[in-house]
Design a protein around this ligand. Structure first.
Ligand code: COA
Length: 186
């Protein structure tokens, strides 16, 4: 299941149906969807948002580590999403690796929330036994690449290993015992 996590300014929790208006608003926006998939996906109605939330929560119910989190400020304001999930290899349905991803509502860009939430999810991933987490971004998505670099992820260059698309690929590996997770502090 999507396990609740916390960081200095944020609480990460599963979405609930009460978040449907937020989900609809964020995922209707071209500036949020621009670099996700083919860039054309939109959540157009509250019913679509509710269906997404139900599907997300069902998908991760039996998963001990993976999840899709609503990233909230400690005053309860929802700011965006963090996800930790299998990533499809190109040219096959096989999913061997785990990816981390982030979607922040434009009203909340520029506060370090994506980096802070992702750091909490990476710590959770490695504490749960994952050895490697990857992130892929559209080559033009410099804001997302900056998040990867702030997290201390390693830039492996342009790769077509996943999603049948050329993406900038980053990875992060579990710290050795006694070693702190790397990355610039927010
Ligand atoms: C990618 C995305 C999450 C980046 O959001 P972001 O707000 O720029 O990233 P962060 O949360 O790490 O915030 C970093 C910024 O907050 C600033 N900041 C302000 N206060 C801060 C604080 N207290 N702590 C840390 N950073 C802070 C940083 O200086 C930095 O600003 P800069 O970009 O001008 O240098 C956002 O652009 C987005 O949601 N895009 C649409 C979805 C998307 O493309 N997702 C990725 C798919 S691969």
């Amino acid at each position: 299941m999507t396990r609740p996590l916390t960081s200095p300014r944020l609480v990460l929790r599963p979405y609930s149906l009460a978040d449907a208006a937020f989900v609809q608003d964020m995922y209707a926006r071209p500036e949020v969807q621009r670099y996700i998939g083919d860039g054309t996906q939109r959540v157009r109605t509250l019913d679509e948002a509710r269906a997404k939330i139900i599907a997300w929560n069902e998908r991760y119910l039996a998963e001990p580590t993976q999840g899709l989190w609503a990233v909230c400020r400690k005053d309860g304001t929802v700011t965006g999403s963090l996800l930790l999930k299998p990533i499809p290899d190109s040219k096959t349905a096989v999913e061997r690796d785990i990816e981390i991803g982030w979607h922040v509502h434009p009203d909340h860009w520029g506060h370090g929330y994506a980096t802070e939430a992702a750091r909490a999810v990476l710590e959770h991933a490695f504490a749960s036994g994952l050895e490697r987490v990857v992130a892929v971004t559209h080559p033009a998505n410099t804001a997302s690449q900056a998040v990867c670099l702030r997290l201390g992820m390693t830039h492996l260059g342009l790769s077509d290993a996943y999603y049948d698309a050329a993406c900038e690929l980053f990875d992060s590996t579990a710290p050795a015992a006694g070693e702190e997770q790397g990355g610039e502090q927010s």
